[in-house]
Design a protein around this ligand. Structure first.
Ligand SMILES: [Zn+2]
Length: 165
C-alpha cells in the first residue's frame, strides 16, 4: 500500500470539530482506544502518521520514524483523537509527562531551544511570533501557548539567540 493510499484512508475517517483550539481538531472516528489503522499486518498510529507526513517526510521514511518510539508525538490540544498536524509536536516520553504537568498548572513555560523538555514551539513559530503584529494575548491564543511565553519571546527574555531580540 502506498503512502497516499494510507493518507486517504485516514482522511476519510476524519471529522473536523471545533474544540476551542485556534484551528479545528481533526478527530479520527473510532469508538475506543488510540486512533490507528491497520495496513497489511501493521498497525499505524494515525496521529504519528499525520505528523510524519506533514513535518518529517523529507527527512526520514515512515518505517524508520515509526521505529523510533523514543520520539513521541504529543498533542498541543489535549485531544487524543485529534490528528491535525498543527496540533501535534514531537517530544520525548519525558516531554509528554511534563506536558501533562504543565497543562494541569495552566502554565506553559518556554525555555531556550527546541530540545528542552518544556518547549512547545518550533523555531519557525518563534520567529513568526517575534515578527507578528497584534497583542500578545491574541498571538498566545493563536499559538496555544501562554501569554507570558509570547511576552518573553517579544522582549528577548527567551529565544533571543534565535530572534536577535
Ligand atoms: Zn486538536
Amino acid at each position: 500500500m502506498t503512502q497516499d493510499v494510507i493518507l486517504n484512508k485516514i482522511l476519510l475517517k476524519i471529522k473536523s470539530v471545533d474544540r476551542g483550539y485556534k484551528t479545528e481538531c481533526w478527530e479520527f472516528q473510532r469508538t475506543r482506544g488510540y486512533a490507528h489503522i491497520m495496513v497489511a499486518t501493521k498497525t499505524i498510529s494515525v496521529h504519528r502518521y499525520m505528523f510524519w507526513q506533514q513535518y518529517k517526510k523529507n527527512e526520514i521514511d515512515w518505517i524508520n520514524f515509526d521505529r523510533k518510539k523514543t520520539v513521541c508525538v504529543c498533542h498541543k490540544c489535549d485531544n487524543s483523537k485529534c490528528c491535525n498536524p498543527e496540533h501535534l509536536f514531537a517530544g520525548s516520553q519525558q516531554d509528554n509527562v511534563q506536558d501533562a504537568v504543565n497543562k494541569n498548572r495552566q502554565v506553559i513555560p518556554i525555555v531556550r531551544g527546541e530540545v528542552h523538555g518544556l518547549h512547545k514551539l518550533t523555531e519557525e513559530e518563534v520567529l513568526e511570533i517575534y515578527k507578528m503584529p497584534g497583542t500578545s494575548r491574541d498571538i498566545a491564543t493563536q499559538f496555544g501557548v501562554s501569554h507570558t511565553a509570547i511576552v518573553h519571546i517579544k522582549t528577548g527574555e527567551t529565544w533571543a539567540w534565535l530572534t536577535g531580540g
